[in-house]
Ligand binder design. Structure first.
Ligand code: NAP
Length: 282
């Protein structure tokens, strides 16, 4: 079997066109969606991420502002900035890029963002709302994965879904969203015994670990939908996922490439969450 490609770049373009249209209608009524992005320090990867987020906002017709703070910014100064942004009417979404420098308590910062402006969906109230089946904001990467799964047309009801990785930003919220869609969900972590046996049962396999090519074709159920969240940089500078694309695509029914799969969907869902934040204020 040769898997069909789940093209995240194409789906992201489609969704961003719809988002831009909705943003233009809101702007015409005086409610331009606004996102504030806060970056502390000079981490090179974080700089690329925030630049991409701000540029996606501009392309979608959102107002966006970028707050670049030096690495030695105090926690108190950062909390003060977040509080100011919480009170700004033209800012509907606030994103503080993680990781923060070690002297800043990132939990405290995230809890200071007003839950209704927490477009990353990391605030403890938003995690709780998601857990109890009444999500306000779905964390962007798992939300994007759900959109990709929707695109396959495959029903999740009763499907065996296996999520590899249990982080607060990807694995855990992903498991919740799959569960709420009617899938039977298994979550694996670094202590899981016999990972391959779990993978082989999966109709839907979502891999979010951060280890290059760890899932190979022999670990995949024929016809499964394989979603590769991982982004790894190889010594030669190339990007690869957590799934060995060549062997996996011989067995899977659907597969996301890296790059061009989940990545473009993550920023798209950030725009979608910001749009939803505006719509809730009207
Ligand atoms: P993370 O916080 O480091 O979490 C990794 C998870 O993988 C942990 O739950 C860990 O288990 C588990 N794990 C580690 N080794 C394992 C093994 N051998 N078998 C099974 N599970 C194992 O990472 P993350 O933030 O979730 O990100 C995961 C990957 O996705 C990274 O490559 C990241 O760059 C990528 N990512 C991509 C996007 C995107 O937009 N495409 C967005 C976010 C993240 P324990 O809990 O036991 O430690």
């Amino acid at each position: 079997m040769t898997a069909k490609i789940l093209d995240g770049a194409a789906l992201a373009r489609e969704l961003r066109t719809e988002i831009a249209k909705a943003a233009s209608e809101l702007t015409a009524k005086g409610h331009q969606p606004g996102l504030a992005v806060v970056l502390v320090g000079e981490d090179p990867a974080s700089q690329v991420y925030v630049r991409n987020k701000v540029s996606a906002c501009e392309q979608a017709g959102f107002y966006s502002e970028m707050h670049r703070l030096p690495a030695n910014t105090s926690e108190a100064a950062l909390l003060e900035l977040v509080t100011t942004l919480n009170h700004r009417d033209n800012i509907h979404g606030i994103l503080v890029q993680l990781p923060l420098p070690a002297h800043i308590n990132s939990h405290k910062v995230i809890e200071t963002i007003a839950a209704e402006k927490d477009v990353d969906g990391f605030h403890i109230s938003n995690a709780g709302l998601l857990m109890t089946g009444q999500p306000l904001f779905r964390p962007c990467t798992p939300y994007g994965v759900m959109k990709l799964l929707e695109k396959t047309g495959i029903s999740l009801r009763g499907a065996e879904a296996v999520v590899i990785g249990a982080s607060n930003i990807v694995g855990k919220p992903q498991a919740m969203l799959l569960l709420q869609s009617g899938a039977t969900v298994t979550v694996c972590n670094s202590k899981t015994k016999d990972l391959a046996s779990h993978c082989k049962r999966a109709d839907i396999l979502v891999v979010a670990v951060g280890r290059p090519n760890m899932i190979t074709g022999d670990m995949i159920k024929p016809g499964a939908v394989v979603i590769d969240v991982g982004i790894n940089r190889l010594p030669d500078g190339k990007l690869c996922g957590d799934v060995d694309f060549n062997s996996a695509s011989e067995v899977a029914g659907w597969i996301t490439p890296v790059p061009g799969g989940v990545g473009p969907m993550t920023i798209t869902m950030l725009l979608q969450n910001t749009l939803e934040a505006v719509q809730r204020t009207l």
